[in-house]
Design a protein around this ligand. Structure first.
Ligand code: AMP
Length: 424
């Protein structure tokens, strides 16, 4: 027997109920994007590696350990996109979108790639949806992006979602904070992991984001004590706006989003599968006014958010999201070669008349086909067996009463329409 294959480690197939959750999430994201004025964007799966090295940051886990990178036959170093924001900004700059009315607002829903250790809920190919506002910004834009995601969770039946929020200040106040942080870590070098010992010198903020160095963070200086008046006022406004629209938030002074490009407001969303469960991080984002400059343009105000789709689907499941039952109004059952021929044509005729039809054409036994019809709860079943096919007729069966009539094949469409009208 030839070898059976499995999907590549950490990568998964999406089908069945998970597919349904994905489609529902996509639908709600698209509806909200339209309402809030975001247009769609698709960027290539591959980018020049430097797009991520420069924006996400050299000393991040993503760039140091998790990117899928390779050299093309032409010798270019490329990476499978590990996140969405850098590519969107690359596109904004490349196409000179700063000449359009600002801000430019984009949303996306697509897969990303990170070579992480596979574990429950962590994949090497995973999906995110995201919103990005580029070119103009401020506390109102920050608060509205948070509100959009909060609304999406609500529409997906996810209860108790909340946001943790912090401000990382601007370049100036952050430099002062970094200096203090470095001093603190120097005093506690022995408690740092090997990666952080190295990272501390170049970018001590990275330590605050390390999953291993948890204990040492407790006594560390907090950025709130270092941000300037302007950053503090802006942050306060974001919080006031969130209060105004009723989005619950927790201040988390240690929240430092793991990527280099964030400035000002940063936030992370949490929600639980069940009320008693520990909340799960499901997405995050923030202001990234400095990103355009990292990618060779001038500084442009920007805010964005990215949310994990697999986790959102898990949260929907845990919160008991239920799909509206959609029963196709008509089921077609066939028997014998001539019956099959008539049925495939009838299916097309009903489809042209925009009447949703179900079938089990792969099944030959009438019993199995009828049992499928009753499972689908279609109110009308049309049966064309050998005898009916020879007579150019069809049986039309009312699935509730069990009553059936034999009618001419050319009258089926009219009869179905009449019965469906009555059912409404
Ligand atoms: P990040 O881009 O790292 O801020 O992640 C934002 C969200 O994307 C997380 O809260 C997760 O929901 C999701 N996410 C990130 N990495 C993965 C992964 N490897 N597998 C599944 N979901 C992920």
């Amino acid at each position: 027997m030839p070898k059976k294959f499995q999907s590549v480690s950490g990568m998964h197939d999406i089908f069945g109920l998970q597919y349904e959750y994905f489609e529902k999430i996509r639908e709600v994201v698209k509806e909200n994007a339209k309402i809030y004025g975001f247009e769609g964007i698709e960027t290539p799966v591959l980018e020049n590696i430097d797009v991520f090295v420069r924006s996400v940051g050299e000393l991040t886990d993503i760039v140091e350990k998790e990117m899928y990178t390779f050299k093309t036959k032409g010798g270019d170093s490329v990476a499978l996109r590990p996140e969405g924001t850098a590519s969107v900004m690359r596109s904004y700059i490349e196409h000179g979108m700063y000449t359009r009315p600002q801000p430019v607002k984009f949303f996306y829903f697509k897969p990303f790639f990170r070579y992480e250790r596979p574990q429950a809920g962590r994949y090497r190919q995973f999906w995110q949806f995201g919103f990005e506002t580029i070119g103009k910004g401020g506390p109102l834009v920050d608060a509205q992006i948070i509100t959009i995601v909060y609304n999406i969770f609500k529409e997906l039946g996810i209860k108790g979602a909340f946001v943790q929020i912090n401000s990382m200040g601007d370049d100036k106040c952050r430099d002062e904070f970094k200096a203090e942080l470095r001093k603190y870590f120097r005093k506690n070098t022995s408690s740092l992991c090997a990666d952080c010992k190295r990272r501390m010198k170049k970018n001590p903020l990275r330590v605050l984001d390390c999953k291993k160095c948890i204990k040492i963070k407790e006594g560390a200086p907090q950025i709130v004590d270092y941000i300037c008046k302007n950053c503090r006022d802006e942050f306060k406004m974001v919080l006031e706006f969130l209060e105004e629209v009723g989005v619950p938030y927790d201040l988390n002074p240690f929240l430092i989003r793991g990527l280099d490009y964030y400035t000002g407001t940063v936030f992370e969303f949490f929600a639980s599968q069940k009320e008693e469960d520990t909340p799960l991080a499901v997405g995050g984002g923030g202001r990234y006014d400095g990103l355009s400059a990292l990618l060779g343009d001038e500084e442009r105000p920007a805010t964005g958010v990215a949310v994990g789709v697999e986790r959102t689907a898990l949260l929907m499941k845990g919160n008991g999201f239920s799909f509206k039952e959609e029963k196709p109004p008509v089921f077609i059952a066939q028997l014998g070669d001539l019956g099959k021929k008539k049925c495939i044509k009838l299916f097309e005729d009903l489809k042209k008349a925009k009447i949703p039809v179900a079938e089990a054409f792969g099944q030959d036994s009438l019993k199995s086909q009828l049992s499928r019809a009753s499972k689908l709860k279609s109110p009308i079943t049309i049966i064309i067996g050998k005898e009916e096919a020879a007579e150019n007729r069809a049986i039309i069966r009312d699935m509730d009463s069990g009553e059936q009539d034999k009618i001419k094949l050319e009258e089926v469409l009219k009869e179905v329409k009449k019965r469906l009208k009555k059912l409404k």
